[in-house]
Design a protein around this ligand. Sequence first.
Ligand code: 13P
Ligand code: SF4
Length: 317
Amino acid sequence: MINISRMELLEKINCLKREKDAAILAHYYTVSQVQDAADCVGDSLALAQQAVKLRNKLLVVCGVHFMGETVKILSPDKKVLLPDMNAGCSLAESCDYAAFKRFVDDHKGYTVVSYVNTSAAVKSLTDICCTSGNALAIVNSLPASEKILFAPDRNLGDYIKTQAGRKDMVVWDGACHVHEQFSVEKIVELKKQYPNAKVLAHPECKKPVLILADKVGSTAALLKYSQVSDDREFIVATEPGIIYQMQRSNPQKIFIPAPPADSTCGCNDCEFMKLITLEKLYLCLKNESPEIAVEESLRRKAEKSIVRMLEMSKNLG
Ligand code: 13P
Ligand code: SF4
């Protein structure tokens, strides 16, 4: 434990950043102090896009392991750090390489579309990566006759399948433990207190929550909606870290975190994202550790699917 103030820590982080030519990328789900220290705060698509643009020698990814791995795959010559290697992801964990390989082998002729919330090994079996921000556009851009295997999130997959009206789309049975916790009953209860509130939901939530939502989208899309909407109250069914940016750009609006089904735990924090603290960010920059490593032949195989996503995202606008 370092016994200095937050301001001092921030100053030290800024000094180290200059000294080491480092940039900090943070996901919207990290704690507010970490978001404040970052050069770029975004959803998983924005973080991947930034990774290829940044010229810094050192990149610190404040998010979960697959996000650091994606940045490393795209930037093999840079040193990529993750402040806590225990920052995993239940969704990525729900798609084990060996089982997924059998699934892919059983579906010859299918185009494999995987969410970035996967390991590098799973990406190496993937034709095109996607994020929640571009999944629908990517699936829509594939010919209607193309058969699709979508992984790993069953809720996002089913949502995209319905939205795109695809018949030949099989979906892997994985899920995020945070988003699956949101319950329609709790949101309906909350709506009694805030009858005018609009419900914003991430597509990793279960179908009944998505049906009830006024807006379904990636974290960046939900943030944008809260900025442009004339509504003043919002119930937010995604990890509550995003509320920091929502509140910052809309100080006069009210954001209510949707409660989890099990109300004994109070809120739906992603415990993996919350492992990334300002103190760990400082130590990681100072020690240049822990560092993300991806074996080169695996990296090259995984890279193709991410590059294809980034190219398609450019064309999709
Ligand atoms: P985004 O694609 O919206 O950044 O979401 C990533 C994630 O981990 C959702 O749980
Ligand atoms: Fe993974 Fe869910 Fe956490 Fe996102 S919120 S990083 S999908 S565990």
